[in-house]
Design a protein around this ligand. Structure first.
Ligand code: T4K
Length: 372
């Protein structure tokens, strides 16, 4: 965990303990700790309002949210997804007895390439699970067109995309459903948590039931649900975090700007661009280490780590290169040349709201040293 000498890739924002005390008093007084309590209800409405989406079902984490959404969408057989993601994306498919089929990514957005998706479709394909990686918007129009041509559902793994907006509003509105993460390492956190963004009230009610074992009332259970409920304590943290998230994103933007300015002319280091967005969330700061940099990506990562800078290789190895998934026909290198290339060159530099300019200068100084 972070200490004075080490700089980690991410560090959570926390509300003050004094802000939390009145909500703790409320929880203790009501003795309602979970199961759709009053603070949970307030947080769910508040987060929907903040995001500007109609129907939100908050959940215990995004991984469970993906599983609930896949179940609700009725996905069966094969689901096309990206190998360039955190393992949770493919694991959610496996846990719902679905077969991941990997398709290649676009070299600029690092997100699924609609043409590669279309090539991967078989008679068993029922859905597409793209990721808005590092908060960069997928080619949602291209993906929707493929989905409509072939009658497929689209579920966005939007774990990284809290608060991201295009010119129509939140990017979480795209596809049939989206799932965002409120994990400690994310732009907005409830320690652990997440949300399923639903297209209408009926789907939200179905997800609400699925996250509570499928229970309808004391004597009726309508589906094989999970326990994916967010507690009152996590909901209280969420309510407080909403007060501070705009400021946190502004501070992330400042750190992002400094990196971009200083790295613009550095040969062999290419900053990944999140594209044309109305609002970015500056979740992460990925760079691609090129052949014209004097060190390999791994050597640079080790060099920084030797100086207490814990940059991370998100996402390496590719999910398709893990032994767990490597036997799938779609996991071959020949099928995924872009994703393999990106995964071998990507490095995420530390970026979080409290990252000081001095610490950034230290990181940039070390990269300059490595470059020479
Ligand atoms: N889909 C995608 C595309 C995702 O990226 C993720 C999660 C999910 C789905 C699933 O969402 P959840 O089910 O988690 O809601 C981290 C996170 O644990 C994971 O949530 C996240 N993606 C992934 C990208 O990163 P690790 O194993 O790399 O985390 P860890 O523990 O090494 O933390 C990274 C750094 O953050 C540490 O070096 C120090 C700092 N840190 C971490 C924690 C947990 C803190 O300062 N405080 C903390 O409490 O996976």
């Amino acid at each position: 965990m972070p200490d004075d000498n080490h700089i980690f890739v991410s560090r959570p924002v926390l509300p003050s303990q004094s802000e939390l005390l009145p909500l703790l008093d409320e929880i203790w007084a009501s003795a309602t700790l979970t199961n759709n309590g009053p603070i949970h209800a307030r947080f769910e409405a508040a987060v929907a309002g903040y995001l500007g989406v109609e129907q939100v079902s908050v959940v215990a984490n995004a991984t469970l949210g993906l599983m609930l959404a896949l179940r609700q969408l009725g996905a069966t057989g094969e689901v096309i997804t990206t190998p360039f993601s955190f393992v949770a994306t493919a694991h959610a498919l496996k846990w719902t007895c679905l077969e991941p089929v990997f398709a290649d990514v676009d070299p600029v957005t690092l997100n699924l390439d609609p043409a590669a998706i279309e090539r991967a479709i078989t008679p068993r394909t029922t859905a597409i699970l793209p990721v808005h990686c590092f908060g960069a918007r997928c080619d949602v129009e291209g993906i929707q067109a493929v989905a409509e041509r072939h009658g497929l559902k689209v579920l966005y793994d939007a774990a990284h995309a809290f608060a991201v907006q295009d010119d129509g509003g939140s990017i979480l509105r795209h596809g049939d459903m989206s799932v965002v993460s409120f994990h400690a390492t994310k732009v907005f956190n409830t320690f652990e948590g997440g949300a399923v963004i639903c297209p209408d009230r009926n789907v939200k009610l179905a997800i609400d039931r699925l996250r509570n074992f499928g229970i309808v009332d004391e004597v009726n259970v309508e589906s094989v649900g999970l326990n994916a409920k967010l507690s009152e304590l996590a909901s209280a943290i969420g309510l407080l975090q909403l007060r501070h998230v705009d400021d946190a994103i502004t501070r992330r933007a400042r750190a992002d700007g400094l990196y971009r300015e200083r790295l613009a002319d550095m040969a062999g280091i290419k900053c990944v661009d999140s594209g044309n967005l109305v609002r970015r969330n500056f979740y992460s700061f990925p760079v691609l280490v090129g052949e014209d940099f004097p060190m390999t990506r791994d050597a640079l990562c080790d060099f920084l780590r030797g100086h207490g800078i814990h940059a991370r290789r998100y996402f390496f190895p590719l999910i398709s290169n893990l032994a767990l998934y490597g036997d799938l026909p779609s996991a071959s290198w020949a099928n995924l040349p872009v994703a393999n290339d990106i995964s071998s060159r990507i490095l995420c530099l530390p970026l979080y709201p409290d990252l000081s300019t001095d610490d950034q200068e230290r990181i940039l100084g070390l990269i300059r040293q490595a470059a020479s």
